[in-house]
Design a protein around this ligand. Structure first.
Ligand code: FAD
Length: 572
């Protein structure tokens, strides 16, 4: 079901779109809010391509995502500080920014959240509304909580209850926090661009407008390349991938008349030049795409597709790091809970409670592989530290099968975003290169064993509640059968980072585009300035060098809040 909507004025506006406001609808949204990307055929998935969703709407992917709010581990930020050799990126130094985006909100419907989060790690003054779900523990949660506090499960320290997974130490069983407030999605659009902000005279939002390229504006001091212009074109029709261009929208014409530097070109494009600097935030997939189309990237690869090289920066689009989604299942003795969707929609419209007010379920299990795991005999642990997790298992209640969409959080595999052609309307080639490193499948095999150990606790076995592990079970299938099953259903958690990764100050002598080195050739400095270029920064998920051991939207808000102060300090 999808709620009836008044057709939007523009498909790229989020305003007044009920389907975007309802958290539960994230997985059934109309394609018009999506760039409709897929990956290249993945050798690691036996040649399968997988869907790669990205939000085509104000607020980007935060307007269509599953609302999970996880900052990751303290170790993630400390790793960024080591990579950039800049202590300002450590968890401790970042603490004000970890809080600054957040507006902690009580759950809608009057549920008492005491004992389900730790108020010391939250703030109520930010813009992004964050809350626990409207409803309290269900029967499945009660068993998980019982397991997490039982003596038997002390065998694994990660099977313990964790009061707040956003305190920097996510390991354990804890309550899922959502980017929702009052039962409605809170996105970058609703949080940072509410109506009163959109009405500011110094802000212009161009809907249905495509950035084609960034352009050198003028020679900067000392002949340094100065990139502060963007080339824009209207986007009028979308039917999968990108659209064709059309005539200029009134907003674009108005902007052009306001800006002395705007230039009309014969094919309806427009060039706009920033007086101070250009901030590119087109996301981990599209920011590198735009840079490559602009001639900023690996010289040889640009020349191969006929793009004039403006700046040889080999790391652009390299080093893509993402979480994979491993599907495992258990048969459960649970009766199916049938949701009357008309009733649920009415309930949501009436008081914003009910099943539609939450995007996913209540509890998550974050766990590490043990230090003595056989996988570490062959490979070095890629995780950022012992406080971080290798896996996330959402503890979902469903009947008659309990699904485990287990996220593998610390992959060695790294991929790329490259050009399919020099035409800005052609989608980029997205190659996450899933399972290209043998550690990943070996770790997943061990991770499944640990996930099954959790569901084998007496709390879940009692009354024959969990009846059977459906699998894929590495202890029942042959290695080949097991791997085939994993590859058949695996997808992306859509947490791409690293494609315009930040690295240390100064000359980057590791900027060789070698994804295997870990950060894919560093594209921006620790304050997000594009290397070797004056006037441009990139601020989005692409600058994060390693995929965090949690979901990515909270880290992106944190990165963006940090960027605000870097930019402010530059111009004060
Ligand atoms: C379906 C889905 C579910 C997810 N679930 C979660 C979750 O539960 N929790 C979580 O933490 N993370 C989740 N994520 C990831 C999270 O939403 C992203 O990491 C986060 O939004 C940051 O993404 P980004 O920086 O890549 O940019 P995006 O959020 O994708 O934003 C990029 C913006 O730039 C615009 N843009 C791009 N190219 C151009 C161009 N050429 N011209 C004009 N505009 C352009 C896009 O339309 C978009 O508005 C999910 C993502 C998806 C897609």
């Amino acid at each position: 079901m999808s709620a009836n909507n008044t057709p939007p004025l523009s498909p790229s506006s989020n305003e007044g779109i009920e389907n975007l406001q309802i958290p539960a609808f994230w997985n059934r949204l109309d394609k018009r809010y999506d760039w409709n990307y897929s990956t290249t055929p993945q050798a690691g998935l036996d040649g399968r391509s997988v869907e790669y969703r990205r939000g085509w709407v104000v607020g980007g992917s935060s307007s269509i995502n599953a609302c999970g709010y996880t900052r990751g581990a303290k170790d993630d930020y400390d790793l960024w500080a080591r990579i950039t050799k800049d202590k300002r990126w450590s968890w401790e130094a970042m603490w004000p920014y970890l809080l600054r985006n957040e507006n902690w909100t009580l759950p809608i419907g009057g549920r008492d959240p005491a004992g389900q989060f730790d108020p010391r790690y939250h703030d109520t003054k930010g813009n992004v509304r964050v809350a626990l779900a409207w409803d309290g523990p269900n029967a499945h949660d009660l068993r998980a909580l019982e397991a997490a506090t039982s003596k038997e499960m002390k065998v694994n320290e990660d099977f313990r209850f964790n009061l707040d997974m956003n305190d920097g130490s996510p390991r354990g069983v804890g309550w899922n926090q959502f980017t929702a407030g009052g039962g409605e999605r809170s996105s970058a659009a609703t949080a940072y661009l509410p109506t009163h902000v959109r009405e500011r005279p110094n802000l212009t939002i161009l809907l249905n407008t495509l950035v084609l390229r960034v352009l050198p504006s003028r020679e900067g001091e000392g002949g340094q390349l100065d990139v502060r212009s963007v080339e824009l074109a209207p986007m009028i029709a979308r039917s999968g991938g990108r659209s064709s261009s059309g005539t200029l929208s009134p907003a674009l014409q108005a902007l052009a008349s306001d800006l002395s530097s705007a230039v009309v070109t014969p094919n309806s494009t427009r060039t706009v030049t920033a007086s101070k600097e250009l901030i590119l935030s087109a996301g981990a997939i599209n920011s590198p795409h735009i840079l490559l189309l602009s001639g900023i990237g690996n010289r040889t690869e640009l020349e191969e597709v006929g793009v004039d090289v403006v700046h040889d920066l080999p790391g652009v689009g390299k080093g893509m790091s993402d979480h994979v989604n491993v599907v495992v299942r258990w048969r459960a003795n649970v009766s199916a809970e049938v949701i009357d969707e008309d009733q649920a929609l009415l309930q949501w419209r009436t008081n914003r409670t009910g099943p539609f007010s939450k995007a996913t379920d209540h509890l998550y299990l974050y766990f590490r592989l043990p230090d003595n795991s056989s996988v570490f005999e062959t490979w070095k642990d890629p995780s950022p530290g012992r406080g971080s997790a290798h896996f996330e298992l959402p503890l979902e209640k469903s009947a008659p099968e309990i699904p485990g969409y287990m996220a593998f959080l610390t992959p060695y595999s790294r991929g790329t975003v490259t050009l399919s052609s020099s035409n800005p309307y052609d989608p980029p080639l997205i190659d996450p290169n899933f399972l290209s490193h043998p550690f990943d499948l070996a770790a997943i095999t061990e991770g499944i064993r640990t996930a099954n150990a959790f569901y084998s606790s007496p709390s879940f076995k009692r009354d024959n509640y969990i009846m059977e592990f459906i699998g894929p079970d590495p202890d029942k299938l042959s290695k080949e059968e097991f791997e085939r099953e994993i590859k058949k259903t695996m997808g992306s958690f859509l947490h791409a980072v690293g494609t315009t990764a930040m690295g240390p100050w100064g000359v980057d002598d590791d900027n060789d585009g070698d994804g295997a080195k870990g950060v894919g050739g560093r594209v921006v400095d620790p304050e997000f300035r594009v290397r070797g270029v004056k006037g441009s920064r990139v601020v989005d998920a692409g600058v994060i060098p390693y995929v965090p051991s949690g979901h990515t939207q909270a880290p992106v808000y944190i990165v963006a809040e940090r960027a605000v102060d870097f930019i402010r300090e530059t111009w004060m």
